[in-house]
Structures are given as structure tokens and as C-alpha cells.
Design a protein around this ligand. Structure first.
Ligand code: GLC
Length: 533
């Protein structure tokens, strides 16, 4: 297998509005991202994923796109975008951005034209119904806010279809003209130097009566078509699927290596939290043992958190209730089928647990992605609406105004103020100086990981441990063997390795300490992980 850059890489998800404001208007922008590229490079990031940067009324934080071909004026210009591509590429980094195929904003002129003129060709860019009764087997995703996937339009006298907010009408993929428009949008951004796309909400492109309107064969056909175009016209660009589905359904999005290059591993994510809270490796093992093999050239993208709620769609009803009990004690922390909290608060702001969660993630197959701010353990603000509480300004410094995010006086969202997570306690500048900080741990683990491409590969062996609360995984390749032992429990664990493993590690990589030659039993503190090589 030839290794492609994204198969052994570190991704970083970045919300432009929240990262760095270069012009003092209180909103992060593309020139602000350029200012911080060296920070990302230093962290070891290979690829940045930019959340939507297109003109939008921002009712769904930019996922409601009003114009697919421009940059939102808050974020800068197309020139800034090109400059960002150049500056990132100069530093050997890649950049991908969202490709929102499923829907647009109701402010988009396609939808506005459809409302104003029933004869407009744009009417057929959307999905309409006289009764609003079709596709009754389709679940509602934003179930806290949307009663139905159909909304009545008084202008048209019909209902239109939407899988997300009513302000995000779904596009009609049965219309070849619409397909062509979306393909041209992809071409446009690729032509400006973008290295690929995180394709949003891909299971929902087509609807068909009698189905749940997810993962339909016609959806896969269209996705294969865009992959073929991308490969032909812009070879080497990647497509990363957001398909929040069970492993066997996600597997379909890789096709025969002719659909997506990468896909997020949604089922694994909540199970890392489950295992750590239960002190039981079984959930993580279940997720990996049920992960089908994927074609050469493909890769999973693994994560702990992202800009959305921590979704509990890929767990059983019982597990979901348990997760809510454990991780969302305050009802305000719940959203739809998930939990709208950040990583550090979910880990009780306990640095040992925060390090362990990453030590687990980085010891498993796939390409890890870091959500901005989680590398320093930023907090959240559950008083903000919807998912805004996990999208607050990046905390660069304790001393600078607005945590170093902006020199402006009115910010798009308040900086975190809670005593535990305020910039005086959590910021990049201080953590850079502290060898024990979360940030320096992340830098270290990123480096260890990238030096060992076999960790990103699919080969993994679970080792039975003498302690039931430990997860032991053997990873090997490039003539090396590395055993990660994770003590998931709240008490110390003693682990003796089976003789037949014939494993005599020399180094513990996370702390960089030599392992005594005669050591037979490893002692691990609660929530301690070791990487033995
Ligand atoms: C994806 C995005 C989410 C957005 C939704 C609708 O799930 O991650 O933020 O709200 O699509 O576009």
C-alpha cells in the first residue's frame, strides 16, 4: 500500500469566526487564521478543516449558505482565502473546507426565486409537496427545534423539505441542473487551491418514498460522480464524509475506494467516553471490532469532540440514557440526541483524564482530528444558544484584551468567564511555557504519532489483561511494536503481560522514560496510560 499524506496526519478543525480577529471587528477572520498558522505548524497539524466561510445569515453558523461562491464579508475576501492557501502550503500544511451539498439558506437566490416565481427554474432546485405527508419514515434530526422535515411556504402554497432547520431548504438532487451547480461549486474552490472537502450531511442527498431517505444508492451514485470529477480534474484532493451512521453504513461511503477518501468514525467517539466512565474497555473494543475493513487509500478520521453536540446517535437507547446521566447532569447540557459540552468539562477538567482520552485516541487506527481549543482544554458556556457554547473565542493569552482573540470591543460571542476556564486559567501562552501543560502533551503525542505511521494503520491486536479495567492494544509495523495500556478505572491497576507475547519494551513513550529490563508488572495510576515500545 502506498501511503497517502492524509493516512498518517493530524487534522485540526477550526472555526474561523472564533480563532483570531485581525481587524478588530470582534469576529475571527481568514487573515487571523494566517497569523496563527505558525502556532498550528508548531502543534504538528498537517491539515486544517475550515468550518463554513461563505456568505450566510448564520442561523446555523454558516451551514446555511446564501452564496456558495463567495466568502462571508466578516471572514475576509477571496483574496484572503487564496493567501491562506499559499501560506498554509508554504508551511507544508493542507487545508480543506466544508462542502455543504444537502441544503442552502432560505436567503439563497435560488430559494428566493422559487418563492417569488412559481415558473422559475429554481423552484425545481428544491423538494416540494402539496401535502407535507411524503417520506414519513424519515427521522427529524434537529428534534429540539423542528417538529417536521416539511415546512409550509405561504408564498408557494406548498411544503418544502428540510432535514435541518426550516431556514435550510434541502436541494433536489433529482434535478440534473442542480447537480451540475453543486459540482461547479466544488470545482471552483478546488481551483483556488483547496486540498479537499469535508462533505457535510452526505447521507441525506436523495429522498425516496418507502425508505428512511438515508444512505440511498442514488446518493452514493452522485457522490461517486463528484469523486470521479475531483480525481480527474484535481487529482490528489480529498473528500471527507460526515456520515453519522453505523459502521457498516459508513463503510459504503468508501465504495471500492472510488467514493470518499476519509470518513469520520462516529461510533467510536462516544464509546471512548463510555469506556472511561465505566472503567471498562468493552465499548471501545466493540466499536473497533465492528469496524469493517476499508479499501486501500482510504482512512478513518477519529475524534473526541467537534463543533456540534457530542452526538449520541450511534449508541443504543439504553447507552444514550446512561451517557446523559453521566455526562449531562444539567438538562441544559443536552441538545437533540447529544450533549453540548466541550471536551475539558466532560473530563471534569482533570488533566490526567484529558491526557488519557487523547492517549487512547492516538493509540487507535485512523487519523485524529483536534477541535480548536481542546488542545488547551478550553471550557464551554451552556448559557449560549444551541451549539454556540462550544464555539467561543480561542484563548491565546491571559494578559491581552479578549484573551488575545480580538482587539475589538464587541465580540461575536463572549470569551469564557467561568473561574475554572477563564483565560487567566486556560490560554495558549502560559501553556507553551509549562512542560506539564495539556498543550505540550498534545505536541508530544502528535510527534510520537507521526513518527510511527503504523499507529495510523488498521492493524490492531487487543491483548487480554490481568486487570479488567484496562484496555491493552498492541500496534505494530515498521519493525516496531508498541503496546498501549490504558487504565480506565478509578483505582490503580497492576498489569502483567502474558509471557507468550515475548514483549520486552525499552521505553515508555508518553513520559519518555526507559523501562527497566526485568519489569514484569506495570503499575498504572487511575486514568493513566502508558505507551510501551
Ligand atoms: C452538519 C454540521 C452541523 C450543521 C448540519 C446542517 O451536521 O456539522 O453543524 O448544523 O450539518 O448543515
Amino acid at each position: 500500500m502506498t501511503e497517502n499524506w492524509y493516512q498518517n496526519a493530524i487534522f485540526y478543525e477550526l472555526y474561523v469566526r472564533a480563532f483570531r480577529d485581525s481587524n478588530g471587528d470582534g469576529k475571527g477572520d481568514l487573515p487571523g487564521v494566517i497569523e496563527k498558522l505558525d502556532y498550528l505548524k508548531d502543534l504538528g497539524v498537517d491539515c486544517i478543516w475550515l468550518l463554513p466561510i461563505y456568505p450566510s445569515p448564520l442561523k446555523d453558523d454558516g451551514y446555511d449558505i446564501a452564496d456558495f461562491m463567495h466568502i462571508h464579508p466578516d471572514f475576509g475576501t477571496v483574496e484572503d482565502f487564496k493567501r491562506l492557501m499559499n501560506e498554509a502550503h508554504k508551511r507544508g500544511m493542507y487545508v480543506i473546507a466544508d462542502l455543504v451539498l444537502n441544503h442552502c439558506s432560505d436567503q439563497h437566490y435560488w430559494f428566493q426565486s422559487a418563492l417569488k416565481d412559481p415558473m422559475s427554474k429554481y423552484k425545481d432546485y428544491f423538494v416540494w409537496s402539496k401535502t407535507g405527508k411524503e417520506y414519513a419514515d424519515t427521522r427529524v434530526i434537529f428534534l429540539d427545534t423542528e417538529p417536521s422535515n416539511w415546512t409550509y411556504s405561504p408564498e408557494v402554497g406548498e411544503f418544502y423539505w428540510h432535514r435541518f432547520y426550516a431556514s435550510q431548504p434541502d436541494l433536489n438532487y433529482r434535478n440534473p441542473a442542480l447537480q451540475e451547480e453543486m459540482i461547479n461549486i466544488m470545482r471552483y474552490w478546488a481551483s483556488l487551491g483547496l486540498d479537499g472537502f469535508r462533505a457535510d450531511a452526505v447521507p441525506y442527498l436523495f429522498e425516496r418514498e418507502g425508505t428512511n431517505c438515508e444512505n440511498l444508492p442514488e446518493t452514493h451514485d452522485f457522490l461517486k460522480k463528484i469523486r470521479a470529477i475531483l480525481d480527474k480534474e484535481y487529482p490528489g484532493r480529498i473528500l471527507l464524509a460526515e456520515a453519522n451512521q453505523w459502521p457498516n453504513d459508513v463503510r459504503e461511503y468508501f465504495g471500492d475506494g472510488d467514493e470518499f477518501t476519509m470518513a469520520f468514525h462516529f461510533p467510536l467517539m462516544p464509546r471512548i467516553y463510555m469506556s472511561m466512565k465505566k472503567g471498562d474497555p468493552a465499548p471501545i473494543r466493540w466499536a473497533l471490532e465492528n469496524t469493517p475493513a476499508i479499501p486501500d487509500g482510504c482512512q478513518w478520521c477519529t475524534f473526541l469532540r467537534n463543533h456540534d453536540e457530542l452526538t449520541l446517535e450511534m449508541v443504543t437507547e439504553e447507552e444514550r440514557q446512561w451517557m446523559w446521566q453521566q455526562y449531562a447532569p444539567d438538562p441544559k447540557m443536552k441538545l437533540n440526541l447529544g450533549i453540548r459540552r466541550r471536551f475539558a468539562p466532560l473530563m471534569d477538567n482533570d488533566i490526567q483524564k484529558m491526557k488519557q482520552a487523547n492517549a487512547i485516541l492516538f493509540s487507535l487506527p485512523g487519523t485524529p482530528i483536534i477541535y480548536y481549543g481542546d488542545e488547551i482544554g478550553m471550557g464551554d458556556n451552556i448559557d449560549l444558544f444551541d451549539r454556540n457554547g462550544v464555539r467561543t473565542p480561542m484563548q491565546w493569552s491571559a494578559k491581552a484584551k479578549n484573551a488575545g482573540f480580538s482587539e475589538g470591543s464587541t465580540l461575536y460571542a463572549p470569551v469564557i468567564e467561568s473561574p475554572e476556564y477563564s483565560p487567566t486559567r486556560v490560554n495558549v501562552e502560559d501553556q507553551q511555557k509549562d512542560p506539564e501543560s495539556m498543550l505540550n502533551f498534545m505536541k508530544h503525542i502528535v510527534k510520537l504519532r507521526k513518527e510511527r505511521p503504523f499507529l495510523a494503520g488498521s492493524r490492531i491486536q487487543f491483548i487480554e489483561s490481568t486487570n479488567a479495567a484496562t484496555l491493552c492494544v498492541m500496534r505494530e509495523g515498521n519493525g516496531r511494536r508498541m503496546l498501549a495500556i490504558h487504565n480506565l478505572g478509578e483505582s490503580s491497576a497492576y498489569v502483567t503481560l502474558p509471557e507468550r507475547l515475548n514483549f520486552k519494551p525499552q521505553m515508555e513513550l508518553l513520559t519518555g522514560t526507559p523501562v527497566p529490563a526485568d519489569l514484569k508488572t506495570y503499575e498504572l495510576a487511575p486514568h493513566q496510560s502508558v505507551w510501551l515500545e
